[in-house]
Ligand binder design. Structure first.
Ligand code: ZN
Length: 196
């Protein structure tokens, strides 16, 4: 059974809400400051998290090393991009190599409904690599951002029409920043009163 993002605990849901599966993968741990532990510790965990990320069942299988390379490549490409830099050749090579992998199948039945067969790890990784390539080469590249909250650092795709989104999530980082700004203003007012 596939676990949906919506049923995950809040701290995990937040990591997987970037608006791009490629950036969500980069947030599963091991390479960022924001995750204490790597979520993808072994092959069963890999199948589980790929299933959550792709919203379909993924069979347990090898590919942990390729997954880690893919994740680091996506993470560094995202970070370089928000910092205004270019992508590292090694990361680009990892994405290009894994993107050559098999297609993630989606079939149809006689009634016209979609049938998603159980995917294998190689298909999932190839799909994620291709998603990364289309993000970093397509029109949404200019909308890849890093959350501006001090203690966050998550990446996200700003799909808002004005394109001025600053936080990964309003519920967490946006509210924390607004509360801080409010307290700062309050202190400034009190401080101003004392000095008069
Ligand atoms: Zn944030």
């Amino acid at each position: 059974m596939v676990v949906s993002r919506a049923s995950l605990p809040a701290w995990q849901r937040r990591l997987l809400a970037s608006g791009s599966v490629a950036l969500d993968v980069a947030h599963t741990g091991g390479v960022g400051d924001w995750v204490e532990a790597d979520l993808v510790v072994d092959e069963p965990a890999l199948a589980y998290w790929l299933g959550v990320l792709l919203e379909r069942e993924v069979a347990n299988g090898s590919g942990l090393q390729d997954f880690r390379m893919l994740r680091e490549a996506l993470f560094r490409c995202g970070r370089s991009h928000v910092a205004g830099g270019s992508f590292r050749r090694r990361d680009v090579e990892v994405l290009n190599r894994l993107a050559l992998g098999p297609v993630l199948p989606a079939w149809m039945d006689a009634s016209g409904a979609v049938v998603l067969p159980v995917a294998v790890v190689d298909q999932a990784l190839a799909h994620i690599a291709r998603e990364g390539i289309s993000l970093f080469t397509g029109p949404m590249r200019a909308r890849v951002r890093e959350c501006t909250a001090e203690d966050c650092g998550l990446l996200f795709v700003d799909a808002s029409r004005p394109g001025r989104r600053r936080w990964c999530s309003m519920a967490r980082c946006g509210n924390v920043a607004k509360t801080r700004a409010y307290r700062g203003r309050e202190r400034a007012v009190i401080g101003g009163g004392v000095s008069r």
